[in-house]
Design a protein around this ligand. Structure first.
Ligand SMILES: Nc1nc2c(ncn2[C@@H]2O[C@H](COP(=O)(O)OP(=O)(O)OP(=O)(O)O)[C@@H](O)[C@H]2O)c(=O)[nH]1
Ligand SMILES: [Mg+2]
Length: 255
């Protein structure tokens, strides 16, 4: 199974090289890393170019003109992954909150399960948030995901807000990514909601979610509040979707 890992980056100079090398060292047969960089001012794009030159068969970079948000970077990366013949696409952050050590298990799970998506999940039994977080921060994170988002959208996935997921390419095709409008953090919510409404099935494996150690967060109170409101927009936009509304012509066929 050819796996393309799509990593969106914005100012991840301290993390990128370590992340790419860790991924390339994993015991996985056919793994390719595609970095989607939004012209990071800290030079992440140059590091990405160097890594691509060092590993021409295993690493490549999409240079995007400026900071346009996580969602747009992911959609671009997903389309490129399909063009490069991926069987499955792994999405993950560059800050080590999503530990690469779970990747082989996620791939194995996708191969063995009768499912379409594997989620590295903080909210299934065995999943954990950073042990240094105080109880208040953990509660807020749990409430936002497990109460707020899941009450509105009624997702089956216990972790509907995380961004550590392995998708079969047919699923991304069938979802028709032009349906996905969110660009910020609610992108994760919109994609899993659309997938579930179209009848795709996710399996979750528990992860330990570590806080970033290097680099700076792009998350702010404004971004979080906007995401909270946009969950309603996601519900309104996609509430009528059904499995019969899957896209049937593969994206790559008319690309
Ligand atoms: N290409 C691109 N990547 C982005 C953008 N915003 C965030 N990212 C990347 O998306 C991933 C997640 O971003 P983070 O800043 O870690 O956000 P977070 O994980 O929600 O928050 P913290 O862990 O608290 O920092 C990281 O790899 C970022 O570099 C963007 O506008 N464009
Ligand atoms: Mg992070």
């Amino acid at each position: 199974m050819k796996i393309v890992v799509v990593i969106p980056t914005y100012n991840e100079a301290e993390n990128l090289e370590n992340m790419v090398n860790t991924l390339l060292d994993l015991p996985v047969d056919d793994l390719f890393v595609l970095i989607a960089d939004d012209n990071s001012p800290d030079g992440t794009g140059d590091i990405a170019d160097r890594l691509a030159a060092e590993h021409p068969d295993r690493v490549d970079v999409l240079h995007r003109p400026g900071k346009k948000g996580l969602g747009k970077a992911y959609i671009h990366g997903f389309h490129e992954a399909a063009k490069r013949g991926a069987d499955a696409v792994l999405q993950m952050d560059c800050d080590f909150s999503h530990s690469p050590s779970y990747v082989p298990q996620m791939i194995q799970t996708l191969e063995d399960c009768n499912c379409d998506i594997v989620i590295g999940s903080r909210y299934v039994k065995g999943g954990r948030l950073d042990e240094e977080w105080g109880i208040g921060r953990k509660l807020l994170s749990w409430w936002a995901n497990s109460i707020y988002v899941r009450m509105i959208l009624r997702t089956r996935a216990a972790d509907a807000t995380g961004g550590f997921r392995l998708w079969r390419c047919e699923v991304l095709d069938g979802m028709d990514l032009s349906r996905i409008r969110s660009n910020g953090y609610v992108f994760q919510v919109e994609t899993i909601y659309v997938a579930e409404k179209l009848g795709y099935r996710a399996t979750e494996i528990p992860i330990y979610f570590a806080d970033r150690k290097e680099g700076t967060s792009k998350m702010s109170f404004r971004v979080q509040s906007e995401a909270a409101l946009r969950v309603w927009q996601v519900w309104w936009r996609h509430r009528h979707l059904k499995p019969s509304m899957r896209r049937t012509v593969p994206h790559t066929a008319n690309a």
